[in-house]
Design a protein around this ligand. Structure first.
Ligand SMILES: [Zn+2]
Length: 285
């Protein structure tokens, strides 16, 4: 049974960092799923829940981390260090805070899910900054086909099909930076809504579908509109473009410091593509 992903429920769902749900399954993680042996402790558990607020890695965005509080007697605390989605089922990977959990919690046990707010804030800001960069590319007249968004710290980028003459690269970085700074100052709200696949081409930039509509068979598609650019996206975002100037941590946790905004770092050729790199410098500190 698919996990209900609460972060997909519009802007409100995206802002929700805690939920109460039930255990569906808790088991030892199969070794073949280990992403990198060096980083993975010997024993990793795989927890599936009825619903979750935790974002599984995908769409160029890293997974959330966080804590599950499981209402066994006595209660168990489970530290989630990785979240993945397979065929609509979200797997929370991690370890119990106590040395043992024997027996493992049963199906139906109530579970409180809490997302690590700082990591979510960073991942949301990095993802939104990638969308902002893309919107500004179009605004300055670079209507290239986007092939990849990589919103991972510390070196995020967006890639496009095609080339840009070497002598124009510096100018493009400069013009992009001006457009980004201008959009942050305008502080438009980010909108999220479900769209019928047949309406995508009229709502989003038509150039996004230069190679066809890969969403045609879906019942509906989640569309994120940020700084005037609408595109299909399953990620988490800031709620206003201006949130990108409030960092450490930004939206919605308050108490942040104002720092450098989104910095466009460079445009460089990457095979048949160009890669536009960006940074949120205060986060990197
Ligand atoms: Zn996205």
């Amino acid at each position: 049974m698919a996990t209900r992903c609460l972060y997909l429920d519009g802007v409100e769902g995206m802002k929700t960092l805690q939920c109460t749900t039930v255990m569906v399954n808790c088991r030892l993680k199969e070794p073949s799923h280990a992403p990198s042996p060096a980083a993975v402790p010997a024993v990793v558990y795989d927890v599936v829940l009825g619903s979750t607020v935790m974002y599984p890695q995908g769409g160029g965005q890293p997974s959330d981390n966080g804590i599950l509080t499981i209402s066994t007697n006595p209660p168990l605390v489970f530290n989630v260090t990785d979240v993945r989605s397979e065929s609509g089922v979200v797997h929370h990977y991690g370890q119990f805070a106590a040395a043992t959990a024997d027996p493992l919690p049963e199906a139906g046990t109530p579970v409180e899910v809490s997302v690590d707010p700082r990591r979510r804030a960073l991942n949301s800001a990095l993802h939104s900054a990638g969308h902002l960069l893309d919107s500004c590319m179009r605004r300055i007249g670079c209507n290239l086909f986007p092939t990849k968004g990589y919103h991972f710290p510390p070196s995020p980028y967006v890639e496009y099909e095609g080339q840009i003459p070497a002598e124009l690269k510096e100018t493009i970085v400069q013009r992009l930076q001006e457009a980004v700074t201008d959009a942050i100052a305008r502080n438009e709200p980010v909108a999220i809504r479900p769209v019928a696949p047949s309406d995508l081409q009229s709502i989003c930039d038509a150039g996004l579908f230069a190679h066809g509509n890969p969403y045609a068979s879906l019942p509906e598609v989640r569309v994120v509109t940020l700084a005037g650019a609408a595109c299909p996206c399953g990620g988490t975002h800031v709620t206003h473009v201006g949130d990108l100037k409030q960092v450490c941590p930004p939206w919605p946790f308050g108490g942040g410091t104002q720092g450098d905004m989104v910095v466009i770092e460079k445009v460089k050729a990457k095979g048949k593509n160009i890669r536009v790199s960006y940074a949120l410098p205060t986060f990197a500190a």
